[in-house]
Design a protein around this ligand. Structure first.
Ligand code: PAF
Length: 279
């Protein structure tokens, strides 16, 4: 695996690889089996797989969250080599932002109005900023993103819709207790890791009873469940995957999304009930 820090070097290398199908997996490192499923999806569909590791400051809402974000570059390199990633791009702030470490403003078509967009103002502008910069450097044929960050996935599909680039989503990988794999899981204590199963359990309950109870009743049931947990429920929303707007009536392309936190660790998860693939 080639490890490249400079965008000029990466562009040079990519130029020599033209005509090959390039798959791209952008990450913030601290890799786990969820990221590896993206690498594997890329290896299946593309000739060359590029992973990037860059903890993007403009998508964090607080300096504390940014400072606490787990970084394990040596372990990441080992894991990527083991899974036959071809190129790892590890830019620093200057390579991506030069002297202007700021978010750009994108028209996100109100996809960022609720849930993560509401609870983390500016987060998706930061994601769109860095992803656009990375896409410009790597110029991939296909980019791979996890379904766990469903709102991010919808927003990235939206900002890429005028380009040739194909965005492919990959299902969420889970722990045995149902907890969605996330780099932030490493920050959980043993007890909160155990308690975190409430998130997936609630999602499964809503999915299983979607045709039995109305959405308001389901949401109230989940709110009650969380009252007995160490996790604080930030939101449970039933949304249309295409618009990311909450709905109180079941519809096509329905997903159920949850955000919850404990001891300064914030987790998100979702279940897609039915969605028609468009990209
Ligand atoms: O999902 C992530 O890890 C990040 O939001 C991404 C897409 C790599 C942008 O920094």
């Amino acid at each position: 695996m080639k490890i490249i820090k400079k965008k000029s070097k990466l562009k040079e290398l990519l130029y020599s690889l033209s005509k090959q199908k390039i798959g791209f997996v952008p990450t913030m490192g601290s890799l786990h089996a969820g990221h590896i499923s993206l690498i594997k999806a890329s290896k299946c569909r593309c000739d060359i797989t590029i992973c990037s590791i860059y903890v993007n400051p403009t998508q964090f809402n607080s300096q504390k969250d940014l400072r606490n974000y787990p970084i394990e570059i040596k372990k990441d390199v080992k894991l990527l080599k083991k899974n036959h990633c071809d190129i790892l791009f590890v830019p620093n702030d200057f390579e991506l932002y030069e002297n202007n470490l700021k978010r750009s403003e994108f028209d996100l078509n109100n996809l960022d109005k609720f849930m993560e967009g509401e609870h983390r103002p500016g987060h998706f502008q930061g994601v769109a900023t860095v992803v656009t910069k990375l896409f410009k450097i790597v110029n991939p044929d296909i980019a791979f993103f996890g379904e766990k960050d469903l709102q991010q996935l919808t927003i990235i599909k939206h900002i890429s819709k005028e380009s040739e680039l194909k965005i492919v989503s990959v299902p969420t990988e889970r722990e045995k207790n149902g907890l969605a794999l996330s780099s932030r899981n490493k920050l959980l204590t043993k007890d909160s890791f155990n308690s975190a199963k409430i998130i997936f359990k609630s999602l499964c309950y809503c999915r299983d009873y979607i045709n039995t109870y109305d959405i308001v009743t389901l949401k109230n049931h989940v709110i009650k469940l969380f009252e007995k947990s160490v996790f604080n429920l930030e939101y449970i929303e039933f949304v249309n995957v295409k618009t990311m707007h909450p709905t109180e009536k079941t519809c096509d392309n329905l997903a159920i999304c949850i955000a919850a936190n404990t001891e300064n660790v914030r987790l998100i998860d979702n279940i897609i009930i039915n969605a028609k693939e468009t990209n």
